[in-house]
Design a protein around this ligand. Structure first.
Ligand SMILES: [Fe+2]
Length: 283
């Protein structure tokens, strides 16, 4: 039995199509989407609709990531209040998410209905258990540097294979009797390798194995989508940091927020200036 687990597409349709083509050549029996289909990228609706159609027609399984939760929450607020937040400085931080939320109004109920976990059972009854980040919640990531002791608390009660995404940094580890797999990110890897990542999980005659597969794709076309869809212009300055993440395969928004959130919210620095300063410091 072959199971492809894909996660953290982040509205990158070009990467999703490339991964799909790769999975088709592998001939997976089951495909599981482990959350963060949307947000921080230019094609949220297209990616969500693509996955949703596969769930409905082809037996794919999908679950919710922290970005589905966040986008759905903001979309509900937008629909109920019909206005943007009052503080314009705060609004600048959320502009890319509002842009995404508005695109996904028709899919809101489906997004909210995504479950926390999915399970794939092998013929011998052993289980592949999939969540977005860990059992402790959709923001509690499993990283290469996570200790075994912490990991035990993140995967309990453990299955034969425990599979996640969220950190955008792939790993395969064995802890006690559990094979732990972080499949990395399809649309926005943070391990320095710009190729899309997904997990190939195989059950064969009582044994589970895992492999992280990397897929090269047309990065220029993905960048083009950032501009062509209006994401860059309408999403505000922070989309420039997201584009830099795509190009570098590094987590930059987190670092930017740590350094610039306070001065921008206090009005000491404009959002545009804070983004410019940061991007120049990277060059
Ligand atoms: Fe993610």
């Amino acid at each position: 039995m072959k199971v492809a687990v894909i996660a953290d597409i982040h509205a990158n349709l070009v990467a999703l199509h490339a991964v799909m083509a790769d999975i088709e050549t592998w001939q997976a029996d089951k495909i599981v989407v482990a959350g963060d289909i949307v947000n921080r990228g230019p094609r949220p609706k297209e990616c969500f609709d693509f996955v949703q159609a596969k769930v409905e027609n082809d037996g794919w399984l999908a679950l919710s990531g922290n970005h589905e939760e966040f986008v759905a929450k903001l979309a509900r607020q937008l629909q109920n209040s019909h206005c943007t937040p009052i503080n314009p400085r705060q609004y600048d931080f959320l502009r890319p998410v509002y842009w995404t939320a508005k695109k996904l109004f028709p899919e809101l109920s489906e997004m909210e209905a995504l479950p926390f976990s999915q399970t794939v059972s092998a013929p011998d009854g052993s289980e592949l258990y999939i969540v977005h980040a860990s059992m402790r919640g959709n923001r509690d990531g499993i990283y290469p540097e996570t200790s075994d002791d912490t990991l035990r608390t993140q995967i309990a009660p453990s299955a034969a294979v425990f599979c996640v995404g969220h950190t955008h940094r792939p790993l395969i580890r064995r802890v006690d009797s559990t094979l732990v797999v972080n499949v990395g990110s399809v649309g926005l890897p943070f391990d320095g390798d710009t190729r899309a990542a997904y997990g190939r999980i195989t059950w064969d005659d009582g044994n589970w194995r895992a492999e992280i597969r990397r897929v090269a794709y047309d990065l220029q076309q993905a960048e083009h989508d950032f501009w062509q869809t209006g994401f860059m212009e309408e999403g505000g300055p922070l989309t420039q940091v997201m584009l830099a993440e795509l190009r570098s395969a590094r987590s930059l928004l987190y670092v930017w927020t740590k350094h610039y959130e306070t001065p921008v919210l206090a009005g000491h620095l404009s959002m545009a200036q804070a983004v410019d300063d940061y991007l120049i410091s990277l060059a």
